[in-house]
Design a protein around this ligand. Sequence first.
Ligand code: ZN
Length: 162
Amino acid sequence: MVKTVLINPDERLRKISRDVTEEEFKAAKYQALVSDMRETMLVMGGIGLAAAQINEQIRIIIVNAKDGVMVFCNPEIISSSWKKEIEEEGCLSIPNVTGLVKRPYRVDIRAKKINGEEFKLTAKGIFARVIQHEVDHLNGVLFIDKAKKIIEQSNGTDERQN
Ligand code: ZN
């Protein structure tokens, strides 16, 4: 089901999301939520979404990666490259605005699948950027907090919406 995405400055976007618990993994409790997140992201043309954006303050993010939609539960960025890049970012929760945000080019992530199985991966470039943007959502942080420059869009067609 497509859910309503919270729009800045909704204060619910500023809450800290809590971890998925072992019991919840065992019960596969959040499969329906992940399915709703996936549908919402794809319908809205996003490349990532955090559960917090649909008012579920739980540490689950999804990313529309090259090989399909990836799910990260309780994601942790365990290391970041010294090399940083400045790129334009947008957000489904902040329509018609983009900003230039400096972030590490490469990150190593540890997370769990929806069934609780742990995995690690290294992400670079846009993929790394989207993951960092979504992890920020779990901590109540929005890209406008970090942007060096905010750009008002004359229309809503920018492509990098997270
Ligand atoms: Zn976002």
